[in-house]
Design a protein. Sequence first.
Length: 259
Amino acid sequence: MTAKRTLITARAVRDGARGALGLLLLLALSACSSDSRATSPKEVRKLAGSSQAQQSRKAAEEHLRKIVRAYDERTPLSLGLVTVNDLCVGGTAKELFFQTGDDQYKIRCAMRVTAYYGAAPHRIGDVLDDVFTAGDHDASGATANTIPFDHNDYRKRLVAYYRGHGPNPTGPDAPEPGQVFDPSQTLSWDTVRSSRKRLIEEPEPCAESDPPVKRCLSEPASTTVADLRKRYGMVFRLQMSVADYYRVAKDGRTTQTWR
């Protein structure tokens, strides 16, 4: 009986080893399939330059620039500098262990647009009030929701604070407020009331552009944040969330485009 059990155990171990070896072989073969390989630089460039990618890229940039112009046209902020960072990246090879999702697509393209405006520091209360009034207008549905900051309770108290009519809305011992936030946008500014100034920083220098895979623009190229501060007195920065405007899955389906 003991010998028989030993034989059965040995067979089970052998069959288990064969099964594990087969699984490893299957995984190896799977990793070699076209859907499991990293996207080649040549294919990334081809997809990034496709008509669908170009149309989506153009639509995304036009939408973001429309928001930039809305602040310039509908508020006291004076537009002085716009940066555009646009990048397409290829998907990775099949991720067997540390899965991030980067192996699920052939290409993914995203764009970030940031705008810098000048304003008079002694009018910051009025400037913010006018920004929030424009946001009230958009929130009412009268126009597209391009400015998401309306007169909520905190922002009313923020305006009062900058006009000298109320305390710091974030608390008596809190630092001077320097931004308002929405999931789609962040509007930041130079602090003007505290002794420890927090100033808007210069944008990162542009890396070398390589269209259609990579673009970096600074318009006008010769303008700096320091130039705007010198001209107007203070600087506001509008940062918009990254726009994922084009994505192609490994099976070839276009899973995300900007229209």
